[in-house]
Design a protein around this ligand. Structure first.
Ligand code: GLC
Ligand code: CA
Length: 476
């Protein structure tokens, strides 16, 4: 049973957080009022939303089947995490063909049908654009790795080592250990900010930019409304390859803590973003670029809009609010106020949850008032001027269910970092639709990740009948 007294207390906290926020800055560009300023964007992790063929993995036809549900919920756009052919080392973020669909998820014809059915319901579709790296199985990388002289030799970041077994510098992968991998054919190292199987593209080679822009056009021509640009601050690295500064202590992978100033958020990236924006502006229908922009502060965030020029991303994600470490009204007010006053009247995009972080109750909950806290955070998300971005399952208060032993882990960082880093499986469990087999996610009792144990009480069917449920809170 929910505690309404405590809930009222938390709502008061939300109101306190909002009360200090100053009046709206003028919105830009003048006169324009595109759909995305009033939108709810719903992130779908496709492996976990709805399985249609009983293999225990979600797919495109499954998403199509659930579009009526999303329409009723009030969703204006869905962002689908990567569905392209991929060896699935990083569950789709390692792409081996940018212009096709992984057979696990369906076909291009299934995609076209999904897009057409979504359009009928006034739901727009955003693709996930992974621009920083490809899979090591992408034909571009296979060619690039084959010699020092092939036509794509310079499409990735190749460097000589400092001697036998010695990488070019101390740079670390954010997924653990050295960011350099030796390749005997070239007798050189390639750079990977993420997994070894995700080599970074060389964005200083204009052929790379051209190929990527053409890839975006392929999907825009099909009618997608835009993109969520994956890990986009990582496109460029400092060419001098100086070492990053080492800090005190060790990280979850046992590596020394280090700065990432030479590996992330270099100013050159803004030129690419401006060219991308100019390209999407040639398409009709208010296309949009959303950015996965984890940044140190609001001043850096403002740059991703193009500041007063408004010529870069329409919606770089504001990670300052939703990933604020403490549940503290003063801190929340400060961050919301920043978004109102320090981004040149651009449109904020708040986000509290995604497929890379434990869900809010896990991060902010105290185990007693979790539901009240989640309702309060939803109130902030949906009542501020910000565009709202939510993650599948938030609307039913799906739990975070991390693996309890190393042999259960599917996400490779959870294997490298166990037990300090358990990986991201906990926030990627199958959607809980009802109390039947596999929570109605699949007819298969064995799903790619186990269904969270609370699915008999926490599911769409039960919550739609309960006026006090999270689902009805989200709807209202
Ligand atoms: C982004 C994605 C994450 C992925 C990484 C590498 O941060 O959200 O899931 O592992 O990029 O592509
Ligand atoms: Ca399936």
């Amino acid at each position: 049973m929910r505690n309404n007294y405590l809930f009222a207390g938390c709502l008061a906290l939300a109101i306190t957080a909002l009360a200090g926020v100053r009046s709206m800055a003028p919105s830009a560009p003048a006169g324009a009022d595109p759909w995305w300023k009033h939108a709810v964007i719903y992130e779908i992790y496709p492996r976990s939303f709805q399985d249609s063929n009983g293999d225990g993995i979600g797919d495109l036809n499954g998403i199509t089947r659930r579009l009526d549900y999303l329409q009723e919920l009030g969703v204006d756009a869905i962002w689908i995490a990567p569905i392209y052919p991929s060896p699935q080392v990083d569950f789709g973020y390692d792409i081996s063909d940018y212009e096709n669909i992984d057979p696990k998820y369906g076909t291009l014809a299934d995609f076209d049908r999904l897009l057409a059915e979504a359009t009928k319901r006034n739901i727009r579709v955003l693709m996930d654009a992974v621009m920083n790296h490809t899979s090591d199985k992408h034909p571009w990388f296979i060619e690039s790795a084959s010699s020092r002289t092939n036509p794509k030799a310079d499409w990735y970041i190749w460097r000589n080592g400092k001697g036998p077994g010695k990488p070019p510098n101390n740079w670390l992968s954010t997924f653990g250990h050295s960011a350099w991998q030796y390749n005997p054919k070239r007798d050189q190292y390639y750079y990977h900010y993420f997994y070894i199987q995700q080599p970074d593209l060389n964005w200083r080679n204009f052929e790379v930019e051209t190929a990527m822009i053409n890839m975006l056009r392929f999907w825009l021509d099909k009618g997608v409304i835009g993109f969520r640009l994956d890990a986009v601050p990582t496109l460029f690295e400092d060419p001098t390859l100086q070492n990053e500064e080492t800090l005190a202590g060790k990280n979850k992978f046992g590596d020394p803590n280090q700065e990432t100033k030479l590996q992330e958020n270099l100013p050159e990236v803004h030129g690419v973003i401006r060219r991308m924006r100019a390209m999407i502006n040639t398409y009709p229908g208010d296309r949009v670029l959303v950015g996965e922009t984890y940044l140190p502060n609001v001043t850096e965030l403002d740059k991703w809009y193009g500041g007063a020029k408004h010529d870069e991303l329409e919606l770089p994600m504001d990670m300052q609010v939703g990933f604020e470490p403490k549940l503290d009204a003063h801190e929340f007010r400060q961050r919301i106020n920043d978004a109102e006053t320090k981004i040149h009247g651009n449109q904020p995009l708040f986000v509290f949850d995604n497929h890379d972080n434990p869900r809010t109750a896990f991060r902010y909950g105290d185990g007693v008032h979790n539901t009240a806290i989640d309702k309060m955070l939803a109130a902030i998300l949906f009542t501020t001027r910000s565009t709202a971005m939510m993650y599948y399952g938030d609307e039913i208060e799906m739990p975070t269910t991390p693996p309890t032993s190393k042999d259960q882990v599917r996400d490779p960082i959870g294997i490298t970092g166990w037990p300090k880093e358990k990986g991201r499986d906990g926030e990627r469990t199958p959607m809980q639709w009802n109390a039947s087999t596999s929570a109605g996610f699949s007819t298969n009792p064995r799903t790619w990740l186990p269904v969270a144990p609370d699915y008999k009480q926490v599911n769409v069917e039960i919550e739609s009948k309960d006026p006090n449920s999270m689902l009805n809170w989200y709807k209202s």
